[in-house]
Design a protein. Structure first.
Length: 101
């Protein structure tokens, strides 16, 4: 088809003559624009936009998770036995007696 176009242009045929000869030879589908190219371009754009959106959401979630303070778990005194409670009380007393207020 390109060779035919090149030959027709070298002969000096006009655009109308070239279009008519292509239409007679290949049918009217030759004159319709290539819609597949537009659809393919749109698919690529949507694909990149989705990747960018997912990456942005992931970055926000990771940053939010890092900035959150760690949960501190403590054991209530009621869960400890008497010996452990006495030991903790002695430690607290020893620390508070030596601290200078």
């Amino acid at each position: 088809m390109r060779d035919e176009l090149r030959a027709a242009l070298q002969k000096g045929d006009t655009d109308d003559v070239i279009l008519r000869s292509f239409t007679q030879k290949y049918g009217s589908a030759v004159l319709t624009p290539n819609k597949l190219k537009d659809v393919t371009r749109l698919a690529w754009i949507i694909g990149f936009a989705l990747i960018a959106a997912i990456a942005s959401i992931a970055i926000v979630l990771v940053r939010k998770r890092r900035s959150r303070p760690l949960a501190v778990t403590t054991t209530p005194l009621s869960a400890l036995d008497g010996v452990e409670v006495d030991m903790l009380r002695r430690r607290v007393r020893a620390q508070t007696e030596t601290d200078d207020w």
